[in-house]
Design a protein around this ligand. Structure first.
Ligand code: GTP
Ligand code: MG
Length: 303
């Protein structure tokens, strides 16, 4: 049960209660002061108001909990919250064209995550094509080409200058079908979640995919959130989700000192599954998200 304690310590900043000297503390019943402090700590860990209140109200509703029981309850609730938002969908569906639209704010880690995903799928012997639909910057295409080369996968050769993202997407969809590609990964330009025009463009891209795909396709819309952006990441999830119904989250830059609390807020309020964690700038540094592993590793990683 050691990891439970280190997890709790991460959240609350309290010492592990296993030492005999504080054994008595463990049996002390929790009170309003304790709940107030717990809520503050959850908020500071980016868990958001709704989720923090959910935890605190839950503890309050249970009479006579001692400190140890309260800690275990917090961990159970956190764990349940993550699990309930996950679904059992496979990473890719076999014998189908898997289209993965990658969206997010500027610099979130979209292009890097695409390189990592391409590498991962290539290793599974999948035929991968990348679509350079970030047509705002010429350099974006060059950066994506480098990643395609590193992952040893195809990238659509489109002269993106003066083209709109949706026309590049048309071309990519046609090529993917013609070449019987397993996975088409679509890069998009970074955009702020509160810029309406740019968010509408995202809706258009999503419509192009929906219109031009047939039964044997599987579409994912993944939002890349930079773990170091804290609570703003939650607002990104809300607004990107209304522009293009998200099917999952990639939390990038989780190798730093970032708090992971935002994942609880997203899972609790939006029920969007967390798909991957980005753990560095290298091509292999992408991890499939598994709630249990995440909770176990919290001692090292976050919150
Ligand atoms: N430490 C760390 N750095 C990362 C990770 N993912 C991306 N980065 C870095 O974050 C910066 C931005 O990454 P990009 O992949 O270019 O982000 P983007 O979202 O495509 O950016 P725009 O296209 O400009 O909107 C780069 O310096 C990456 O090396 C990660 O998981 N960990
Ligand atoms: Mg990019």
């Amino acid at each position: 049960m050691n990891w439970l304690n280190s997890f709790f310590k991460r959240i609350t900043g309290q010492d592990e209660p296993e030492k005999p000297s504080i054994k008595e503390e463990e049996n002390k019943l929790i009170d309003e002061e304790y709940l107030f402090e717990l809520e503050e700590k959850l908020l500071r860990a980016d868990c958001g108001l709704e989720f923090s209140e959910y935890i605190v109200n839950n503890l309050r509703s249970k009479a006579d909990l001692n400190l140890k029981q309260a800690q275990e309850e917090v961990i159970n609730l956190c764990s349940q919250t993550l699990k309930q938002a996950q679904n059992n969908k496979p990473e890719l569906e076999n014998h189908k064209l898997n289209i993965i639209l990658i969206v997010g704010v500027n610099g979130a880690g979209k292009t890097t995550s695409i390189g990592k995903l391409a590498h991962k799928f290539k290793k599974q012997n999948k035929k991968v094509l990348i679509a350079p639909c970030d047509t705002f910057r010429a350099a974006a295409c060059e950066q994506l080409e480098k990643w395609a080369k590193r992952a040893d996968v195809d990238i659509l050769q489109a002269n993106i200058q003066n083209k709109k993202a949706d026309s590049v997407l048309y071309e990519a969809l046609a090529k993917a079908k013609e070449n019987k590609v397993d996975v088409l990964i679509v890069d998009t330009a970074g955009r702020l979640q509160n810029k309406k025009g740019l968010m509408d463009e995202l809706g258009k891209l999503s419509n192009v995919i929906d219109k031009h795909t047939q039964e044997n396709t599987c579409v994912q819309r993944l939002l890349v959130i930079d773990a170091t952006t804290g609570q703003n990441g939650y607002s990104q999830a809300v607004l990107f989700n209304s522009a293009t119904e998200l099917t999952g989250i990639i939390l990038s830059k989780f190798d730093g000192s970032a708090k992971g609390g935002i994942l609880f807020a997203i899972s609790h309020n939006l029920k969007i599954p967390i798909k991957y964690l980005g753990l560095g700038e290298q091509i292999e540094q992408l991890q499939e998200f598994k709630p249990e592993d995440f909770i176990k590793n919290l001692g090292i990683n976050a919150i």
